[in-house]
Design a protein around this ligand. Structure first.
Ligand SMILES: Nc1ncnc2c1ncn2[C@@H]1O[C@H](COP(=O)(O)OP(=O)(O)OP(=O)(O)O)[C@@H](O)[C@H]1O
Ligand SMILES: O=C(O)c1ccc[n+]([C@@H]2O[C@H](COP(=O)([O-])O)[C@@H](O)[C@H]2O)c1
Length: 188
C-alpha cells in the first residue's frame, strides 16, 4: 500500500489537520494516511505539551469515522526528540510491503534544510507539500510535489490559548476531541 505520513505534535489535533489529510488523501493515489504523533519535536519547547497518550487518544477520536486514517504511536518507543528520518527508516524496515510518502506544510518546508539528514529524506521518499498561510511553496525538487489545498489559518497554539482564556473552541476541533479536553481539563 501507499501510505501518507502526517507527522505532528497534534497538541491538540484540529480541523486544519483533518482537512489537509483528507484533501491529500482524496487528490492523490494514497491508500491510507497515518497520523504519527511525535512525543517531542526537535525544534519546539516542551511547554504546554500535554502527555503523548492524551495527544494520541485525541487523534484516535478525531479520525475514528474515516476508514482510511490511522493513528500511529511508533515514535513513543523511539529516542527523543523525534527525528523524522529515523522514523521513516524504522517504518520502512518494519513494513517493507508499504511505500511511505511524507506530508509537509510549506511552513515546515521553509526550515526543511535544518532537519536531520533532509537530503536522505528527499532521496528516498516522495514528499507531498501543501500550502500554509504566509509561507510560499518554493522548493524545486523532483521528489517534491505540491497539492492544492485550502489555506486554513488555524493552529493548536490558538486553540490552547482560547481554552486557557475561557473562550469557545467549538467547530475548531471535532466534538469528541473537545469533550475529551473538557473531561480531562487539558490546556486549562
Ligand atoms: N491549519 C493548518 N492547516 C494545515 N496544516 C497545518 C495546520 N496547522 C498545522 N498544520 C501542520 O500540521 C503539522 C502538525 O501540526 P502541529 O501539531 O504542529 O499543529 P500546529 O497547529 O501547527 O501546532 P502549534 O500551534 O502548537 O505549533 C505541521 O506540519 C503543521 O505545519
Ligand atoms: O527530523 C527533524 O530534524 C525534524 C525537525 C523538525 C520537526 N520535525 C518533525 O516535524 C513534525 C511536525 O512537528 P510539529 O510539532 O510542528 O507538529 C514532527 O513530527 C517533528 O518531529 C522533524
Amino acid at each position: 500500500m501507499k501510505i501518507g505520513l502526517y507527522f505532528g505534535s497534534f497538541n491538540p489535533i484540529h480541523i486544519g489537520h483533518l482537512i489537509i489529510a483528507n484533501t491529500l488523501y482524496d487528490r492523490t493515489d494514497l491508500d491510507e494516511v497515518w497520523f504519527v504523533v511525535s512525543p517531542q519535536n526537535p525544534f519546539k519547547k516542551q511547554q504546554s505539551l500535554v502527555h503523548e497518550f492524551d495527544r494520541l487518544r485525541m487523534v484516535e477520536l478525531a479520525i475514528e469515522d474515516h476508514f482510511h486514517f490511522r493513528a500511529c504511536d511508533v515514535e513513543f518507543r523511539m529516542p527523543k526528540p523525534s527525528y523524522t528520518i529515523d522514523t521513516l527508516t524504522y517504518l520502512s524496515e518494519q513494513h517493507p510491503q508499504h511505500q511511505f510518502v511524507l506530508f509537509l506544510g510549506s511552513d515546515n518546508l521553509t526550515h526543511f534544510k535544518k532537519w536531520k539528514n533532509y537530503q536522505v529524506i528527499l532521496e528516498q521518499y516522495e514528499v507531498l507539500v501543501y500550502p500554509r498561510p504566509g509561507d510560499p511553496v518554493g522548493f524545486d525538487h523532483p521528489k517534491v510535489r505540491t497539492i492544492e489545498a485550502p489555506l486554513l489559518d488555524i493552529s493548536a497554539t490558538f486553540i490552547r490559548k482560547s481554552i486557557q482564556e475561557g473562550f469557545s473552541v467549538k467547530y475548531l476541533l471535532p466534538e469528541k476531541v473537545e469533550e475529551y479536553i473538557l473531561a480531562k481539563k487539558l490546556y486549562h
